[in-house]
Ligand binder design. Sequence first.
Ligand code: C5P
Length: 397
Amino acid sequence: MLAGKRLLLIIGGGIAAYKCLDLLRRLKEQGMQVTPVLTAAAQEFVTPLSVAALAGEKVYTDLFDLTDESEMGHIQLSRVADLVLVAPATADLMAKMAGGHANDLASTLLMATDTPVMIAPAMNLRMWQHPATQRNAAQLQADGITLVGPNAGGMACGEYGPGRMSEPLEIVAAIKAALSNGPLTGKRLLVTSGPTHEPIDPVRYIANRSSGAQGSAIAAALAALGAEVVFVTGPADVPPPEGVEVVAVQTAAEMLAAVEKALPVDGAVFAAAVADWRVASAQKSKIKKDKGKLPVLEFAENPDILAQISQMKTGRPKLVVGFAAETDDVIALAQAKRVRKGCDWIVANDVRPQTGIMGGEENAVHVITADSCESWPRMQKTQVACQLADRIAAALA
Ligand code: C5P
């Protein structure tokens, strides 16, 4: 969906500028055309040559470059794109933008542009938390500018906290969402996917046969309709789709924490095959084989993430969709499960080995709501995902 679209990428002067080289590569892979602009400070971190090589386009750096003015004036340059992205947006660049300064090429373009603007802030955590930066961030949002990130994490300066620039794929997802005019534009959706691994000891775990294929396809289909998607995935066989925010987890407890952190969302699809039990006291050291003695594993029940989110008293997503993988009496059990868990819809499927559904490319599902049950013919999991995404878009409209 980015093919043929143009981005004006303003690279600011921060250590996170190096991530823009990867971002450029990701955008080019998707067929996006990128016109790069480097501030003077940015050129201390990345060279115009490397940026030009990855973008495959001329790099602009100077407001008073007469050649540029004869080829393309700064006003024209500010209007060539479908979106302007500032990454990394330093504290200084944000202050300039909030104050309406126009004293170099980047700030002048940002003042002159008539296209939507997105910024990916990156700075030391104290600088991010400083009241001046927070004031500027609020002002920029009030001016209609979209912020992506910053994330919390370790920093180049050795400190830990909010201020890290979003990862290139998160920025790609935000760009897709901003440029999409699909029916889920402006909506935030959560998808859980894959199995969970519950440790027995540091080298052994309990798992199941979920490949993550259906969850990945659903996340991709929702993103293609313009949704901002948080994809919380266990260790799946299928790679996560491009253009979504990926949160990788191992256990059910980690999945619940990641889901809670992703809230609030407009809708949530729980496609993960979460382990029902974990080993009550997973060992810190590898359990040794002891002749004649068999280890006894005691289990504890895992949190039911779907039920917990479905039954939230405040802030519940408007639409909660669960899955039911059954081997017998599929529809009746799934209908009862929908009521018991408190979700809005259940997508039920028959996972007896002879169906080849678990781990396969096709699925045959029954979509169960409070007052209906629709049986869809067997089709590709990607097709199930597209039909389900259309349904979700209609329900959230
Ligand atoms: O109870 P059962 O595992 O059959 O329910 C399946 C549905 O509940 C799926 O949507 C699955 O993602 C979700 N689930 C969950 N947390 C659990 C168990 C299941 O979110 N601990």
